[in-house]
Design a protein around this ligand. Structure first.
Ligand code: TXA
Ligand code: MG
Length: 317
């Protein structure tokens, strides 16, 4: 059920139960990162393959030394600049981090969420929280407590309500090779912002054969309705005449003789606002009994790159 009772959430987590928590990016399915019992429950609930590692959520920058070692200087620079916030760092793991968290890798993904409820909860706990996004594997991430409830119903005893996520896209994931930052997943912080802090970033987000991150699989973040992505919505609309269509648009509605469902993500053309609204709009379209969804391509800059990345993974292949 949906609640705001942090004490109840704390008790459940101490008992190795799973709690859905709000973060500024998307809601998570959180469990004690040091408890095999809790970790197994996360994978089971999410139907997530065990070879996909989880992000560890911690409460302070100093706490990172309990999780990771041999931390590059540029990683600390990024942490100090962006934490708490939507940046996940992939670092060499401390020995005691369970293999279930890291999928047996010698690296661990870690971040400090920037949400008052998540931070208050972490402050109450003497262990960090492993948490993937609170959606079944492959589907659209949740940006409200109601989205989580729709996915999991009474499989989850506690969904902590923290309102709508302020960012609405997952964290940006950065690893390091020879002290050079590597982008593993586009996210809520643009590459441009990362590069302003630490210089050139190498992008490695699109390797279907050996995905470092499941968020990199070519079909992910996907609605159950067939979805198409195009630069020219009007043209594509013509080829689907007679179908029940929903549109996902950046700034402007489309003139159309029939009354079709249209979701405009930011009337003022603000990419941050569009990012915040993206998943909620996809959830609404997906629940509207449409034959297809047509999404408009976004400008390929700043958060537009992350939005395009998610839309490309949402499309019918
Ligand atoms: O914004 C977020 O990051 C949200 C909130 C809840 O914090 N979490 C999230 O988790 O998106 P999830 O599990 O849906 O995606 C985590 C990503 C996965 O793509 C996973 O493969 C990657 O992090 N990851 C975890 N550990 C990794 C590692 N050691 N190396 C590379 N990628 C890793
Ligand atoms: Mg996810």
């Amino acid at each position: 059920m949906i609640t705001t009772n942090i004490t109840k959430a704390k008790k459940a987590l101490i008992n190795d139960e799973i709690v859905s928590i709000p973060t500024e990016t998307v809601y998570g399915l959180a469990g004690n990162a040091y408890s095999e019992t809790a970790l197994k429950k996360i994978f089971f609930l999410k139907k997530r393959p065990l070879h996909n590692p989880l992000i560890v959520h911690i409460k302070s920058v100093e706490y990172i030394n309990n999780i990771a070692k041999d931390i590059p200087e540029i990683a600390m620079k990024l942490a100090k600049e962006f934490w708490p916030g939507p940046l996940t760092l992939v670092l060499k793991k401390q020995k005691h981090i369970p293999d279930l968290v890291t999928a047996g890798h010698d690296t661990v993904a870690v971040r400090i969420p920037n949400h008052p409820v998540a931070l208050a909860l972490l402050e109450e706990l003497d262990f960090p929280l492993a948490a993937p996004s609170a959606n079944p594997f492959g589907s659209i991430s949740p940006t409200s407590a109601e989205h989580v409830l729709n996915y999991f119903g009474d499989q989850l005893n506690i969904i902590l309500n923290g309102g709508e996520c302020s960012k609405g896209l997952e964290s940006t994931i950065i690893g390091f090779e020879n002290n050079i930052p590597i982008l593993f997943r586009h996210g809520s912080i643009s590459i441009e912002e990362i590069e302003l802090c630490v210089g050139k970033v190498i992008i490695k987000t699109n390797d279907d054969l050996k995905p470092n991150a499941p968020g990199m699989l070519s079909r992910h973040y996907a609605p159950s309705t067939d979805t198409y992505l195009t630069d020219n919505v009007v043209e594509l609309l013509k080829t689907f005449s007679g179908k029940n269509i929903g549109l996902l648009l950046f700034k402007n509605q489309i003139e159309h003789k029939n009354n079709i469902a249209q979701e405009v993500l930011s009337k003022t053309g603000d990419l941050k606002e569009a990012a915040k609204n993206l998943y909620a709009a996809l959830h609404r379209l997906d629940k509207s009994n449409l034959d297809i969804i047509i999404a408009e391509k976004f400008p390929n800059e700043g958060l537009g790159k992350t939005i395009n990345d998610r839309l490309e993974r949402a499309i019918k292949k």
